[in-house]
Design a protein around this ligand. Structure first.
Ligand code: TGC
Ligand code: FAD
Length: 391
């Protein structure tokens, strides 16, 4: 058994999990230890997504774990999905990002809004990792306000013509298909499946990122792309379509970032016990202990929040407002923990010999994508006051 890693679990949250959930979590943990941790610093340094991992992820059931087995998924509950995301993000946010997009932003809309033919055509291949998906909502001029998107389709009788562009799209340069959100002639948002190779469709990579360097990010450019009518998702209209997908992905992030936080905390704790200054381990100084104690407290609170959210989700009771609160809180504490851990390592903290700086830079994207920190605060503000402060 490769699994030597013992995660922080101060309030024994393991006891809240079923045996099946623990088996799933442990198998993904082993895979991350074996296949991600040894290669991820090099991939990030080289600004390159380790593409070969996609098939491995498919083989161990990481994609669409909550999709029924009939379509190639594992038919698992949402708590298991969350546990998988924690393990992946302990490896790197880029790996969790790929899984978030494939599972929550591509398989989820095809499963919930697609036709039977679309489900059969795409879901098993997405589940196995034979094909990779992307999700196009954000545009150069519209990030937080996707409702104002400019990408549009024109009805040409037996097909549509798609024009516009999407930006900051995870997996775009490596994707075989993209679930793209565009407006029809009645200004209603609709979802469609765009396939690599369609004439007028390109997906250039966005380079020079200092964050999520092991993830492939890019644009989706549509220059008069002919979209067959059978590629439209038939069972959704309106902005709530993409927002429902985001609920599933934001939920996964609320769990995922705990993994990054755990890795930073554990690294800082081990280092503090070993490193001596003034002839004493730096773990003996009160200021170091304050940092470590506060980190563990926040990790514990985040674990309990995620577990309860998973519990509500599995009962069909989680609201999108609760998901926003959990995403916002858990990403913020993870980023704070990465920054504090980096300080404990002093100069060593900035090197690739330790995972902290990489997690920290990744989390700067995670706090922005899937709704920024402030957008999630406004969602909570709206929910508790009934006043819309977005506009
Ligand atoms: P608004 O008028 O409030 O809502 C439009 C309709 O949608 C409903 N709704 C929701 N439904 C389901 N889930 C939610 N979370 C929902 N939020 C709102 C709403 O009830 C309404 O329904 P109806 O029936 O009345 O039409 O829309 P708005 O235009 O005012 O915008 C609201 C706002 C700001 C909250 C929303 O647009 C937002 O969340 N903005 C942030 C954008 C965002 O998160 N983008 C993410 C892009 S994807 C990404 O980042 C992937 S990164 C992946 C990775 O690598 O891991
Ligand atoms: P803006 O919306 O321009 O916001 C800029 C600032 O203004 C923020 O601080 C924001 O909080 C603030 N702001 C905006 N509106 C308000 C308001 N009403 N009140 C107060 N403050 C406000 N998108 C996809 O569709 N698919 C993907 O796969 C995807 N992957 C991504 C991967 C990476 C690495 C990154 C960085 C982004 C990705 N995104 C993706 C885009 C991401 O969702 C957007 O960046 C995000 O929604 C914010 O949009 P923006 O960057 O345009 O910022």
């Amino acid at each position: 058994m490769i699994n030597k890693y013992t995660p922080p679990d101060y309030f024994n949250t393991d006891e809240l999990l079923s045996d099946e959930q623990k088996i799933i979590r442990n198998s993904v943990r082993d895979w991350v230890n074996r296949s991600v941790i040894p290669i991820i610093d090099k991939a990030a340094q080289e600004h390159k997504f380790p593409l070969y991992l996609i098939r491995e992820m498919g083989e161990i059931g990481i994609f669409g774990p909550f999709i029924p087995e009939k379509y190639g998924g594992a038919g698992l509950d949402k708590t298991s999905y969350g546990l998988i995301m924690t393990e992946l993000e302990r490896g790197d946010s880029a790996i969790r990002s790929t899984a978030s997009v494939q599972s929550s932003l591509v398989m989820y809309p095809i499963f919930h809004f697609g036709s039977e033919e679309q489900k059969q055509k795409y879901l098993p291949k997405l589940a196995s990792g034979e094909i990779v998906g992307a999700f196009g909502l954000t545009e150069p001029n519209h990030g937080s306000d996707p409702g104002n998107m400019e990408t549009k389709i024109q009805d040409k009788g037996d097909h549509f013509i798609l024009n516009g562009s999407k930006m900051w799209i995870t997996n775009a340069p490596i994707a075989d298909i993209a679930v793209v959100w565009a407006k029809d002639e009645n200004k209603k948002v609709i979802g469609l499946i765009v396939e690599k190779g369609m004439k007028g469709f390109s997906a250039p990579e966005t380079l020079k990122k200092w964050s999520l360097r092991a993830s492939a990010t890019g644009e989706l450019v549509f220059d008069g792309v002919l979209i067959p009518k059978e590629n439209v998702l038939p069972n959704i209209k309106g902005l709530k379509g993409p927002l429902k997908c985001l609920n599933s992905a934001r939920y996964g992030i609320a769990w995922g970032v705990i993994g990054a936080a755990m890795d930073c905390y554990q690294t800082a704790l081990n280092y503090a016990k070993e490193r001596k200054q003034f002839n004493k381990p730096i773990s003996s100084f009160q200021l170091t202990q304050k940092k470590l104690a506060e980190m563990l407290t926040e990790i514990t609170k985040a674990q309990l929040l995620a577990w309860r959210l998973g519990n509500l989700y599995d009962q069909g009771k989680a609201t999108h407002n609760q998901i926003s609160m959990a995403k916002r809180n858990n990403v913020k504490i993870a980023l704070d923990i990465a920054r504090e851990s980096r300080q404990i390592l002093g100069a060593m903290g900035i090197t690739g010999d330790f995972p902290i700086m990489r997690h920290m830079m990744n989390l700067e994207s995670v706090i922005t994508y899937e709704g920024t920190h402030d957008i999630h605060l406004l969602i909570t503000g709206f929910d508790i006051t009934g006043e819309n402060a977005f506009i």
